[in-house]
Design a protein around this ligand. Structure first.
Ligand SMILES: Cc1cc2nc3c(=O)[nH]c(=O)nc-3n(C[C@H](O)[C@H](O)[C@H](O)COP(=O)(O)OP(=O)(O)OC[C@H]3O[C@@H](n4cnc5c(N)ncnc54)[C@H](O)[C@@H]3O)c2cc1C
Length: 539
């Protein structure tokens, strides 16, 4: 099967979350941009972000303090130069979004001035979370979509699935192969530079806060093309997802900001437990809270713990968390009167496609930003609300570099279409696809989740290999998007397990009970690629 159509653009953006849209907004002033996205434009992790964006804006705050908090969270692996770049850009970028019309929550201070209403989250020593009530991501997504739609040089293809990158004879990125989902038509899109901004990987776990799009496509695509991938063992589990209810393949998140307002974690019989695990109690870093909850659930044989916010006045809950308040109320939980049942859920991947400080991957003309990129900001653990900021910073820097290095006149060499294309579409029933995906999610939850072990990781790899053998042989260009997503999830799951096996210590988000402490000799990134195995280095 050959591509049915060829197109040429200056900049190809894959993904329409915060990273893709911000890149497009910046690059659209310099050339023609095409955004390709696999569902409708708004469907993204970005759209579900609740808490907000971290930026050192308060009078008692400074980028230096934000830097120190980020470095501390990173558990020895955050790259100081990157942390410096990101934390110092926070105030400027938040103000830029505000000027674009994104309505962050404000309040009038004692002097009568309008200021951002800053929230506080775990690991931050100051109130520095700029938010739009508890639906910050939705406000950003809506604002950025409106911005890019106002520029005539930016076009979007919705419901188009990116299958693979196109490489030229020197291995540089020359565009991508895209599948129009409604017709099955394949489009070969050539571009001076590409940005992968495909978001996270939460769908490889049984419980996740991520929507269905988060199948790790960008990471798998880049891996297949030979890019360096780093730190995939560092998966952040959000400690407090609503137990017992799923909304469109994801569990509903009860934002950490609720704990910032005073909510307390308790066992089912009403005993507060976080103070036994960390001096900051419920505002301890997320990994510690998630592990404490997992340990309490295991110890007591419970399936959930309780998040008690009944001490927060109802008016404050309604004003500050309208989305959480209403969603829980619809599900029969009046959070002003009843503690919320919560469990940890896969939330964020700190690793991804290794990029330098300009968002450039190890493949020429291929840039990455947002959750699919590994910039070095988070190291072994992400400080809450740093990811939206990181996406903005790296999308902007990638746009600067891409438009300077590869202006519209600087065309790439012709792509080599080296991929094997299946002549016949492969069909798989929804039920079979669902069963395969669930097996993968269960393997990952059980053996590569919050608490890991050497034996468990070995089992995970064995089971994943077995699953791979059972998967219908999918050449990458079949027209089954679920199968291609399944293949991508399998690659991502294997990368998580292999990186976890390499790191024989516990650090940040990676906890292996057979090696329960950090070990100096692992104070390095885990870097792998198709050609590179078992490597610890600084990327
Ligand atoms: C419930 C929740 C709450 C969160 N809260 C916060 C918070 O308060 N603060 C914070 O900083 N971070 C938060 N995060 C994390 C943050 O939202 C994400 O890290 C960030 O939005 C990622 O943005 P992105 O642009 O990289 O990817 P996304 O926003 O996930 O966008 C990815 C895009 O890529 C597209 N795509 C994927 N694969 C393909 C393919 N094969 N072909 C074509 N298109 C493709 C998708 O359709 C989508 O448009 C939260 C995440 C979740 C899930």
């Amino acid at each position: 099967m050959r591509p049915d159509e060829e197109l040429s653009v200056d900049y190809l953006v894959i993904g329409s979350g915060i990273a893709g849209l911000w890149f497009a907004w910046k690059a659209g002033k310099f050339g023609k941009v095409l955004i390709v996205t696999k569902k409708n434009s708004a469907e993204s992790n970005t759209n579900y972000a609740q808490g907000g964006i971290a930026a050192a804006i308060a009078e008692d705050d400074s980028p230096r303090l934000h830097y120190e908090d980020t470095i501390r969270a990173g558990a020895g692996l955050a790259h100081p130069d990157i942390v410096e770049i990101v934390t110092s850009a926070g105030p400027r970028l938040v103000n830029e979004l505000w000027r674009l019309g994104i309505e962050f929550s404000t309040k009038i201070d004692a002097t009568g001035q309008k200021k951002f209403d800053l929230g506080r989250e775990g690991g931050h020593r100051r109130r520095r979370i700029v938010h739009a009530q508890d639906a910050t991501g939705q406000a950003i997504e809506k604002g950025l979509l409106a911005a890019v739609r106002s520029i005539s040089t930016i076009h979007t293809l919705e419901e188009h699935f990116t299958v693979d990158l196109l490489l030229d004879q020197d291995g540089n990125c020359a565009g991508a192969l895209i599948l129009e989902k409604s017709t099955g038509r394949l489009k070969k899109i050539r571009a001076n530079a590409c940005l992968l901004a495909t978001g996270g990987v939460g769908q490889v776990y049984r419980h996740t806060t991520n929507p269905a799009i988060a199948t790790g496509d960008g990471i798998a695509i880049a891996y297949r093309a030979g890019a360096l991938i780093a730190n995939m063992e560092f998966i952040q589990f959000h400690p407090t997802a609503l137990y017992g209810h799923k909304l469109n393949d994801r569990v509903f998140l009860i934002s950490e900001a609720v704990r910032g307002e005073g909510a307390i974690l308790k066992t089912r019989d009403g005993r507060e437990f976080m103070s036994a695990y960390h001096p900051d109690g419920p505002l301890a870093p997320r990994d510690i809270v998630a592990r404490a909850i997992a340990a309490e659930m295991l110890r007591r044989g419970d399936e959930f713990v309780l998040l008690d916010c009944t001490m927060i006045p109802r008016e404050r809950l309604v004003e500050r968390f309208p989305n959480i308040y209403e969603t829980c109320m619809k599900l029969g939980i009046d959070i002003a009167n009843t503690p919320i049942p919560v469990v940890p859920a896969a939330h964020y991947v700190c690793g991804g496609i290794a990029v330098n400080s300009w968002g450039e991957s190890s493949i020429g003309r291929l840039f990455c930003a947002g959750e699919c990129a590994c910039t070095g900001l988070h190291g072994a653990n992400r400080l809450a609300s740093n990811s939206l900021l990181e996406a903005l910073v790296f999308a902007e820097r990638a746009a600067i570099s891409a438009t300077e290095k590869y202006p519209p006149v600087n065309k790439p060499k012709a792509p080599q279409l080296s991929y094997y294309l299946t002549p016949h579409p492969i069909e798989i029933s929804d039920q079979a696809q669902f069963t395969l995906a669930n097996r993968l999610r269960n393997i990952m939850w059980q053996y590569a989740g919050i608490i890991r072990s050497d034996a468990g990781l070995n089992t995970a790899l064995r089971e994943l290999n077995r699953l791979k053998d059972e998967l219908p042989i999918v050449a990458r260009c079949c027209n089954s998007v679920p199968l291609m997503e399944m293949q991508n999830m399998l690659i991502v799951a294997q990368l998580i397990v292999i990186c976890s096996q390499i790191r024989k210590e516990s650090r940040g988000l990676h906890y292996n009970q057979d090696h329960p402490f950090p070990d100096e000799k692992f104070e390095l990134d885990t870097v792998i690629s198709v050609n590179k195995f078992n490597v610890l280095e600084k990327f």
